[in-house]
Write a protein that binds this ligand. Structure first.
Ligand code: ZN
Length: 64
C-alpha cells in the first residue's frame, strides 16, 4: 500500500519508468536504450554551443 519501506528508487529521466538498480550499467536510466537516448540528446544540442542566427547579431559593433 505504501512505498515508505521501499528503498529510494529514482525514475528514468527519459521514460519515467523506475530506474535500474544503481549497480547496473544503465543506471540512473531504466535501460541501456534510455541511456543512449540521453547521450544522444547531449550530443545533439546541449553539448554543442551553436545557436540559430540571432537578430541582435546585426547590431554587432565590430561590423561597420
Ligand atoms: Zn527509460
Amino acid at each position: 500500500m505504501t512505498d515508505a519501506n521501499l528503498p529510494m528508487r529514482p525514475r528514468c529521466p527519459i521514460c519515467k519508468k523506475p530506474a535500474a538498480s544503481p549497480n547496473e550499467d544503465c543506471f540512473p536510466f531504466c535501460s541501456d536504450r534510455c541511456r543512449l537516448v540521453d547521450l544522444g540528446r547531449w550530443m545533439d544540442g546541449t553539448y554543442m554551443t551553436s545557436r540559430p542566427i540571432d537578430p541582435t547579431d546585426e547590431q554587432d559593433p565590430d561590423r561597420k
